[in-house]
Design a protein around this ligand. Structure first.
Ligand code: FAD
Length: 381
């Protein structure tokens, strides 16, 4: 695979960076402290075409590929990972599940609204008792005599739960068939028996909202079944293949932000009558950070490149997500170290990157689960 950015990709990176610096950077700490959801920014991102970047233009998307999608998430997350995860969950999980598995009618109904940012999406797989073992889903969907699905149960840790206009949720439709008895449903805000529950108070990514989604005798018409009945879990794994590319991009963006801040600081902070960047110990840290950042980005762009060519990316996206998220945690840690005591203080951006970046080793499958996915792929070949 040859890799060189196209002029359009370079321009896209510049545009998103300018937007993030102007519209997000001034508010980042205030939103983090108050856990303020950045609704205005999300609306503006919709106007710029970034809320539906990977979908075709005829459905209101920008018609971009996954490399462009990665560039958008990286640049937003370089300034604020909360904005990055809001966009990633909306695009890769909710909208993409509808785009990939939906009927023409479902696509035409939802993708234009989601791509324009008029509507925000969320995706609910995880439950209190079904995290890594998502096949252990307990939420049920039962057909009643009127031919409506009746959903009951509770999801946890759903990104965007409290602000979403539409939710894609997985529920058991055939208990005896285990993971082959789970189906996906599209549920719109305002549907009776469907609501967001507790909003979590998080370590990081605090401007994004993560929480419960609750179904209490929620009646869903048969037209809102997404994909084939009982294929919801298998379809979710396919959706997660793409989602992991976006979580890797989220980690890469935050790591880039932490690295940029550390490089800048090392040139201005003086100790022993010279900038700390002149100490070899600091240079070696910066070198290791830069090398890991490049390696993570290249690994992720390989997965993105394959995705754009319709290839299966289960192994490549899990590798990219595993490496990028763990590298990002190491990079943010070293960025704090380079700042010394000031790295521990909220006046400097690295403190927040250090907290935010940890999510990347957990969301959309923990590092342990990525290793399990990769091992299965390696042993199959
Ligand atoms: C901020 C945030 C946003 C999220 N957004 C969403 C969302 O939008 N939609 C959604 O559906 N979910 C979402 N999640 C849920 C996330 O995907 C899960 O938290 C994750 O999959 C892990 O599940 P768990 O938390 O139940 O941990 P567990 O599954 O309970 O894992 C606990 C520990 O055990 C390890 N472990 C478990 N099984 C194995 C195994 N077989 N081998 C080795 N180790 C194992 C794990 O790696 C982990 O270290 C989000 C989570 C967070 C924190």
């Amino acid at each position: 695979m040859d890799f060189e950015y196209t002029p359009e990709q370079l321009q896209l990176r510049k545009s998103v960076r300018e937007f993030a610096e102007a519209e997000i950077a001034p508010h980042v700490m205030e939103w983090d402290e108050a856990q303020t959801f950045p609704s205005d920014v999300i609306r503006k991102l919709g106007g710029l075409g970034y809320m539906g970047s990977i979908f075709p233009e005829e459905l209101g998307g920008a018609g971009f590929g996954y490399i462009e999608y990665c560039i958008i998430i990286e640049e937003l997350s370089r300034v604020d990972g909360s904005v990055g995860i809001i966009l990633a969950a909306h695009t890769s999980l909710c909208s993409n599940h509808i785009f990939k598995m939906g009927t023409d009618q479902q696509r035409r109904c939802y993708i234009p609204k989601l791509a324009s940012g008029e509507w925000l999406g969320c995706w609910s797989l995880t439950e209190p008792e079904a995290g890594s073992d998502a096949a252990g889903t307990r939420t049920t969907a039962v057909l009643n005599e009127q031919g409506l699905w009746v959903l009951n149960g509770a999801k946890t840790f759903t990104t965007n739960a409290h602000y979403a206009d539409v939710c894609v949720a997985m529920a058991v439709t055939d208990r005896a068939a285990a993971q082959h008895g789970i189906s996906a449903f599209v549920i719109e805000k305002g549907t009776a028996g469907f609501r967001a529950g507790k909003k979590e108070n998080k370590l990081g990514l605090r401007a994004s909202a993560t929480g419960e989604v609750i179904f209490e005798n929620c009646l869903v018409p048969p037209t809102h079944l997404l994909g084939k009945q009982n294929d919801g879990f298998v379809d979710s794994l396919k959706v997660l293949d793409g989602g992991r590319i976006s979580i890797a991009a989220l980690g890469i963006g935050m790591a880039q932000g932490a690295y940029d801040a550390a490089l800048r600081y090392s040139k201005t902070r003086r100790q022993f009558h010279r900038p700390i960047s002149e100490f070899q110990a600091i240079q070696h840290k910066l070198v290791d950070m830069a090398v890991e950042l490049d390696a993570a980005r290249l690994l992720n762009y390989r997965a993105a490149w394959m995705m754009d060519r319709g290839r299966r990316v289960t192994r490549e996206s899990a590798m990219a997500k595993l490496f990028a998220s763990e590298a990002a945690v190491r990079i943010a840690n070293e960025a704090v170290q380079i700042h010394g005591g000031y790295g521990f203080i909220k006046d400097y951006p690295v403190e927040k990157f250090y907290r935010d970046v940890k999510l990347c080793t957990i969301g959309e499958g923990t590092s342990e689960i990525q290793r399990l996915v990769i091992a299965r792929q390696l042993l199959q070949s």
